[in-house]
Design a protein around this ligand. Sequence first.
Ligand code: 1CP
Length: 365
Amino acid sequence: MISLHDLPRYDMPQNDLHQNDLHHTDKLRNDLYLKALAGEPVPRPPVWMMRQAGRYLPSYLKLQEKYDFFTRCETPELVAEITCLPIDEIGPDAAILFSDILVVPRALGQSIEMKSGVGPVLENPIQSEDQALALKPVDVAEALGYVMKGIRATNERLAGRVPLIGFSGAPWTLLCYMVEGRGSKDFSKAKAFCYEYPHAAHHVLSLLTDITVDYLNAQIRAGVHAVQVFDSWAGLLGPDDFNTFAMPYLQRITEEVKGAPVVLFAKGAWYALELLSWQTRAAALSIDWTVGPEYARQAAGWDITLQGNYDPSRLLSPVPVIRDQVKSMIDRFGKDRYIVNLGHGILPNVPVDHAKAFVDAVKSY
Ligand code: 1CP
């Protein structure tokens, strides 16, 4: 059997991508994260945590009481303030913009309510082929201009302390919410829709890809230093369905987003690491905790950066245990071409000092 490792790479990750955007990077005082993405050697790996600006931070919860969710996303001063909370309180090497993947379905006309204890609930989930085929492109600059304003305000507040990460949901994961109408363990309505109406599903996925490309390029022009694509529900698909409903769209996003490195997080799709590494232009793959470092490296090869993959629940361990585990995780991944992170978002019940211990353990590596 021919292994992908024996074939030429689809395209090498473009190591100098962030150099295209020197107007963004020249004032950065900490560029460890961008160096790791570019494959440059670093004294220690950079660290940040998925969902680091969220619900485990008491300072965030105060703002949550005062403003509703989309007001927080739409007000540039609040976006800047929330994005910087973990930078001030915990000290990671990168900031991730405060926003949500569901701003895209919202821009497409599905209004969304964030129900406490339930999560997001989308109005008019897609139930018919006609409804899917009726979806039309949106002008990203107009519909999501508030995100770009938030990026500018955030970079002003960050003042070059750390790079800023932009993001979007992957087409497959966005389709899950748009069809299911809310979070789900199996997204069985969304999967059923794809199997019953593949033509309509591909119309939605393709439209979401166009919008995602425009949206991420607009974020880069507004000043983010890298972008991450969250395919949070990739692992609900088996390899064949992943190749049908997720992979081609992720591939196109990495080809058409220009001017900053693209990080792909296909959660649960360990079986696709090799393909994602060889058949996309991603600068890095973010991995969840169900994959060991050695397996991930062997599957992805050495010409791509890996990010992850501490089990978020393990942040509930005693602090000395967290310290030891972080050290051993870095030893196993290696300090270069590696970004320390969690395998998924931080949990709301993680004590702030445990999150800080995680970050500090990397800084003292
Ligand atoms: O009022 C609140 O605080 C609600 C909780 C919350 C927060 C803090 C939601 C609702 N979204 C966010 C912000 C958010 N979402 C960020 C940026 C800030 C940060 O927390 O650091 C990011 C990167 C996201 C991305 C996101 N939203 C993803 C992909 C990452 C992942 O966790 O897999 C997904 C799947 C969502 C959808 C979503 N939004 C909110 C919730 C509770 C959910 C998940 C619902 C579900 O479980 O299906």
